[in-house]
Design a protein around this ligand. Structure first.
Ligand code: TMP
Length: 214
């Protein structure tokens, strides 16, 4: 009987807006590929689906939505990709995600709406796979605000981003690696590689894929 291939790793990048996550995701995917690892990058929200289009309209201030509704749309946008995620991981593809459930929980928690507590938000996504590694890129909200294009989207406000950072701090777990996002692209990339490469190896060697928030 044929044995299953080694599974892919689920690597998640998190952090505030404009901290350089997308650049680092692309660079680590290229590096992994050059090492022969089958790796792809995804972004959440995935704005290409109909749910993603509704999210995009909200983020670009073209629509107004209740806080619970936009939260559920972000959750649904991940759940609609669940089967494909599981299939890719089981088939040996490493997924590098530019944001995941941690953003969902942290951004909603930063709104401090009583009926959208951290525990409640977490409970909505427990059917998703857990990250093998969360790379949290941290940078002061004032520094990210100085970056080009800042302020175009709904949540790009210094005071709100500071609350998002506090919420992220409450989500730290043993899978979490904190990276200072204020260095050069290449220096940050080396720090990222130093935590991502072992996580990919652990998955290839059979570390079980967990359930989110377990
Ligand atoms: P992006 O700039 O990485 O495309 O993310 C879009 C914005 O949506 C960003 O401000 C973070 C926010 N967000 C949430 O509020 N909840 C979520 O679940 C996700 C994935 C992103």
């Amino acid at each position: 009987m044929a044995t299953a291939p080694p599974r892919g790793a689920l690597i998640v990048f998190e952090g505030g807006d404009r901290c350089g996550k997308t650049t680092q995701c692309s660079k680590i995917v290229e590096r992994l590929k050059s090492q022969g690892v089958d790796a792809v990058m995804w972004r959440f929200p995935d704005r290409s689906t109909s749910i993603g289009a509704a999210i995009n309209a909200y983020l670009s201030n073209q629509s107004q939505l209740d806080d619970a509704v936009i939260h559920m749309l972000f959750v649904a946008n991940r759940l609609e990709k669940r089967e494909e995620m599981l299939r890719l991981l089981a088939g040996g593809t490493t997924l590098v995600l530019d944001r995941y459930s941690y953003s969902g929980v942290a951004y909603t928690a930063a709104k401090a709406v009583a009926h959208l507590s951290i525990d409640y938000c977490k409970s909505l996504e427990v059917v998703l796979p857990a990250a093998d590694l969360v790379v949290h890129m941290s940078m002061s909200p004032e520094a990210t605000a100085a970056r080009g294009g800042y302020g175009e989207e709904r949540y790009e406000k210094v005071e709100f981003q500071a609350r998002v950072m506090e919420a992220f701090a409450q989500l730290r777990d043993e899978r979490w690696a904190a990276i200072d996002a204020a260095g050069t692209i290449d220096a940050i990339h080396e720090q990222v590689a130093a935590v991502v490469e072992p996580a990919v190896r652990r998955a290839q060697e059979g570390a079980p894929l967990g359930r989110l928030w377990d």
